[in-house]
Design a protein around this ligand. Sequence first.
Ligand SMILES: [Zn+2]
Length: 314
Amino acid sequence: MPEIITARGSVDTSRLGVTLMHEHVVTRSPGLFEAWPHLWDRGAEMQRAVGLLSGAAAEGINTIVDLTTIDLGRDVAFVRDVAKQVPVNIIMCTGVWRNPPRYFQQADADHIADLFVRDIEEGMEGTDVRAGIIKLATEPDVDELNDKLLRAGARAHRRTGVPISTHHDVSTGCGLRQQDVFESEGVDLSRVVIGHSGDTADTDYLVSIMKRGSTIGMDRFGIDRFLPTAERTETVARLCEVGYAGQMVLSHDANSYMDTIPPAVKAERMPNWHYLHISRDVLPALRQRGTPQEQIDTMMVHNPRHIFERQGAY
Ligand SMILES: [Zn+2]
C-alpha cells in the first residue's frame, strides 16, 4: 500500500481518513522568536495545539495538512512534538509562501528545487521529519520571482512525486496562470491543488480551473471577510450538483496560534475560524441543501487520499 510521510513517520494512505487539506499548527513571523524568545511560550502553545487537535480528533478529524512554510515561521520540531501527543496525522510541507527568503532572489530555479527535494527526501530543519507536500503561493499575480518559485516547486514535484498545493488570489484569477507555469514544466495538473479557490463564488472561474484537471481548495471556511460561510457552502453545493465533487477539498486555513492575530482576538472576531467549523456547521448545511453524503465523503476522504496516493517521480 502507498505510504505518505507525516510528522510522526510514514502512514498507510488508507489511514488518512477525514482530511483537512489546508490548515496550520502555528504560523509566526520568521525570526521573531529567535530574536525575542520571551515572546514565545513553547510549553503553553504546545498545550494549546495538543488540546485543539485532540478535540478535532474526538470529532472525527483524522489528518491535517499543515501548509506552513519557512516564511510563515515553520517549526518542524514543534509540530513533531505536537504530533507525538495527538491521534491526528499531520502532513508537513516544503516550498514557500509570499515572503520568500531574499536568498531566493539570486538563486536559480534548479537550486531552489534542490532545497525542496532535500526537505522531501532527507528531512527538514535538521530533523528526520520529511515534507509530504509542496506549498507555493501567488498574490496578486505571477511575476518574475514568483514564476521562478513556481518552476522550482514544479521541478521538485516531478523529481519526487510529492503533490503541489497552492495559495492563490481569486481577485486576479491567477490560479490559471499558476496552471500555465506548471503545465510548461510538464506537470500533470491533476496532481495540483489550486488553493484558496473558495474565496470566490464565481463558479465559471472555478470550473475553468477544474476543467484543466486540478483539484480546487475550498479551504478558508470561517474567514468570512473573504467570503461568508453561507456563500462558500452554496458554491460547493452547486459545483457538487454539476459533477465536481471529485475535484474539491474542504478546509479552514485555521491555526492553533498565529502571531499576527492573538488567540483571544481571533476567538472574538472570527469565532468560526477553527478546525471544526466544517464538521460542525458546513457539512450539516450541505446535507440540508441536498448534497449526498457520498459526495461529502468524496471531498473529505477520497480526494485527499487520491492526491497523496499518486506517487513517484515522472
Ligand atoms: Zn494557509
